[in-house]
Design a protein. Sequence first.
Length: 304
Amino acid sequence: MATFTLTIGADTFVGGPGDDTVYGTAATLNAGDSLTGGAGTDVLQLVGTGAFRIDQLAAFTEFENIKIENDTNTFANLTLSSQPIEVDGTGYLELFVNSPSNWNSSDIIKGDPSRSTYIFFRNFQNSYPLYDLTSNTFSNLAIDGSGDNVTLAINNSDTAGVQGFNASGQNDNLVTASSTLDLSHTTVSGFRVSSTNGLGTTFTVSDLGTAFQIAGGPGQDTIVANGFTFTANQRNTIFATASIEKIIDNSGTYTAGPSLSINNPPTLSNVASSVQVSGSGQTVTLSPSVSVSDPDNLTLATPP
């Protein structure tokens, strides 16, 4: 096992066949450093607070782990690169991901259970970045969308380890392709939560605020309330503003009714194909053999 301590100058480290550890601080980790691990388990051990820019290093490859020990009352800032890595944080920590090219689907992020850890997925460009988190592992942290039009692809493995999803930009989205998404152990604020599953997704929530963030998708989507009950007005609001077909809570199971908007066209059957009806505000008399199905549940008048 070899150890190496960074200096304030440009350092070069190449690991050997065993486990190696490189020690650094915000003052000694700088853009001139070239760090290459070896065949063993190689660790970059960062100490204290300040800004640690992994993305700006001359080289950073073949390291398996970044450990940050921050015993101060301020946040250490770590900006990631594309290198697959496990980050283990002790103390207050903020991680920044500046673009999807700086994120790796193998990344594992573990925060301190007794201190706050945040990951900020950013959009610095006038673009629509998609960050795929479905293969990652998270624990003891919160995730933030930083900027407009940020989309995070998530699943149940993500929500199990994330304490909260927060976004302050415009058009920030959480998207799942799964048939279920358990949000009962986390909260969602600012993100629109949608499904791309053609058959539908069952969303489980434990708070009203998260439920109102769910938009649904093209399939038959369900919201299940865990530990609370919707009021009738709250259910109606969700059905009217989101693509949700079913709500289940302690009071029962509810399904979306016909559209609440007016003037949906009725469906006529047993009508000759040559018949045409046009005009507005006119009285139309139908043959008794014609069947009418109206999505607005309007009552048809009987002719005198």
